[in-house]
Design a protein around this ligand. Sequence first.
Ligand SMILES: Nc1ncnc2c1ncn2[C@@H]1O[C@H](COP(=O)(O)OP(=O)(O)O)[C@@H](O)[C@H]1O
Ligand SMILES: [Mg+2]
Length: 624
Amino acid sequence: MSDSRSSPGKVTGIRGPGMGRGGPGGMFAAMGSKAKDFKGTMRQLASYLRPFSLTIIVVWILALTSTAFTIIGPWIMGMVTDELVTGISRQVSGLGVVDFGRIASILIMLLSLYLVSALCSWIQGFLMTNVSVKVTYTLRDDINNKLHRLPLSYFDSVTHGEVLSRLTNDVDTVNQTLTMSLTQIITSVSSVVGILCIMFSVNWILTIIALCFLSLSIIFITLIVKQSQKFFKAQQKCIGNVNGHIEEMFSSHIVVKAFCGEVDSVKTFDSLNRELYKSAWKANFLSGLMMPITAFVGNLTYVVICAAGGFFVLRGMITIGGIQAFLQYIRSFNHPLANIANISNILQQTAAAAERVFEFLAETEEIPDPVAALPPPSSRSLIVFDHVRFGYDPAKTVIGDFSACIEPGQKIAIVGPTGAGKTTIVKLLMRFYDVTGGSISIGGDDIRAFKRQDLRSLFGMVLQDTWLFSGTIADNIRYSRTEASDAKTEEAAKAAQVDHFVRTLPGGYGMVLNEESDNISAGQKQLLTIARVILANPAMLILDEATSSVDTRTERLIQKAMDLLMKGRTSFIIAHRLSTIRNADLILVLKDGEIVEQGKHGELLERRGFYAELYNSQFAGREI
Ligand SMILES: Nc1ncnc2c1ncn2[C@@H]1O[C@H](COP(=O)(O)OP(=O)(O)O)[C@@H](O)[C@H]1O
Ligand SMILES: [Mg+2]
């Protein structure tokens, strides 16, 4: 639980306010972490695009056509104006009339140009969305498949939030870039180049004047962006902190209330929120300056161009239509320019996001199952632990030297203080982790020679940390045997002493457990998982403190069902209440990863060693 708490900052932090691509803050603000290897990541991303290269070429041609047609528009409009002006002057001087026929044909041509441009733009958008959706589908698929190939030790080292953020935010960022930016690069660059060329061809002096004003506004914007960037970064960090705090308080509100931490929590929240307010205010104030300044400089350019243009028209250096087209070009120049400025940021963000995804995909996977795997071992096999050594961290040994030989059908109890390594032994047997020394074998074959699935399906497990999913109670019980009938399900529940409780619930077996299944008690959850194993009817059993949250009376009742289930089946029982394992065929007493004593209950008690001490300590209260 605690690992997911650190995540909200990460999950929501990648794109917050101020980082939106269209907003004034996001327009120029470079945000997010930078990719370590920009080129390499982009090359890798390109490899995902390779199957679509033909579509992408078509998309680019369409984008170019669409842009070219849009650029020509104002120029043709200028032609219409000129035609009108010369016609009017002809009419005034009595030399002729306005040629409306010609104007109409030019307008129809213009209309068709705009129509074709819109069509091209729509088709390219459609094609590109198709590509990006397919690429992100593949990415998500790869991530998901990778999740199942990663060794468990990987999940010990990363938080759930981190993996989640890769699956959601990072893939989403890549998706957006592919949909938007890839074509934007082409349209923006070609727009800027095309517009500049036409502007120069209309009048080079006016173009240079316009460019001077443009550089002025670029200088202003650069200054503002430099200032606002650090506040945007601070804002991002503050959003992460505020979200993290809220998440933590929300998910552990019971703890907060129990320890009267409300006042402190509110105080912490207030200070975090104040910091966010300050940085958000400054960032947004500065970026808010950008629009008025560029608008002002833009209007100033207008005025100057109008004045200079009027002067040129009088001298016959440019037509009125030329001026009109020119003004329109200046208007449409800013947008693609801002896009170009933005694109490098977006590419950086995308590279960072894609890099995180690719890093995850490149994590070392668990050793694959052997190609020539042995057939599934028989349920009546001898299980041998031979000088097993293991540590989660190679430098820190948890299991020192564990050897045991378990006959088929035996009931083995593993006891020992908390942290002795009991659960670890089970995890090694299930091959959640591989031993670092020695070996575990079933029926004489090393467990590494089997397919993991074959090995694991041999065992039915009940753990102390119950694992239920959101769904009905019946579905939870039937998890490994979906085809089981209602009658069989209820029978298993009866044996696990949970049938009566389920019937008192609203909806009975159809009641839906919520995601954390905290709408039933911990003990009831354990009983449900026991019912699940009873129904699964596995070849061998592992019960790891399976009844630790169940009251002693119910425990005794389940005991009968369990004894029946364990009869003739190899079973591993880890229990703290030693009274439940008295009838075990072999008791292994574990201490600090070593077996300190082993034997049957009676023998161990007679020995008056560590086991006897553990056992007597549980009954010490009763004897007094
Ligand atoms: N995933 C893990 N990563 C690192 N250390 C672990 C992990 N799981 C357990 N340990 C450590 O291994 C030791 C044995 O744990 P465990 O086998 O769960 O004990 P127990 O006997 O209570 O079941 C403990 O010291 C514990 O801190
Ligand atoms: Mg344990």
